[in-house]
Design a protein around this ligand. Structure first.
Ligand code: HEC
Length: 150
């Protein structure tokens, strides 16, 4: 387990990379996913976690948790920390922050996560996950929460 300061530095570096681009812009989307996963590997979930995840997705994780409940995501997904009972219609969202792909079709980046939540059939016409009318801003909040699920 690495220290909080160490993790924070890596997260800051990651934020700089997202904002500023640079050499990593040349890397493939897949490599970026691995980078995100690697940057967070070994970091203990803790108090700063929701804020950091929120920064990644530019949303508010607390609001995201409430939206997950109000949009009924838990009718199809078991979501740690959000009540709604066990269901297996869609994949459980535990550990989604560390998964390489979203629904097996999109590299797991914050932007792709927002696009997926906003309009899944637009990302994959055959998906069983319906369009639920989630706005982009709401999708950012939801993504912020999902990125706390390591
Ligand atoms: C009617 C059922 C249903 C509802 C409601 C639903 N989903 Fe899904 N979701 C699915 C299915 C089915 C999949 C698998 C899609 C695929 O692989 O094409 C999925 C996939 C996902 C994935 C990718 C999971 C992975 O392991 O790659 C995420 C993230 C997700 N949903 C988030 C949400 C959120 C957030 C909401 C609420 C706004 C929501 N879903 C509402 C059925 C649903």
């Amino acid at each position: 387990m690495r220290s909080g300061a160490e993790c924070r530095l890596e997260r800051e570096a990651l934020d700089r990379e997202r904002v500023g681009g640079g050499i990593l812009r040349l890397a493939t989307a897949g490599a970026r996913v691995l980078l995100v996963a690697a940057a967070f590997a070994g970091c203990a979930p803790g108090r700063g976690d929701a804020a950091q995840a929120g920064a990644l997705a530019q949303g508010n994780a607390d609001r995201g948790a409430r939206l997950i409940r109000s949009y009924g995501c838990t009718a199809c997904h078991t979501v740690p920390g959000v009540s709604g009972g066990e269901t297996t219609v869609g994949p459980p969202l535990a550990g989604i922050a560390g998964r390489a792909y979203i629904a097996g079709v999109l590299p797991n980046t914050p932007d792709n996560m927002v696009d997926w939540i906003h309009n899944p059939p637009a990302q994959d016409s055959k998906t069983a996950m319906p369009y639920l009318g989630v706005s982009k801003a709401e999708a950012r909040d939801i993504a912020a929460y999902l990125y706390t699920l390591h």
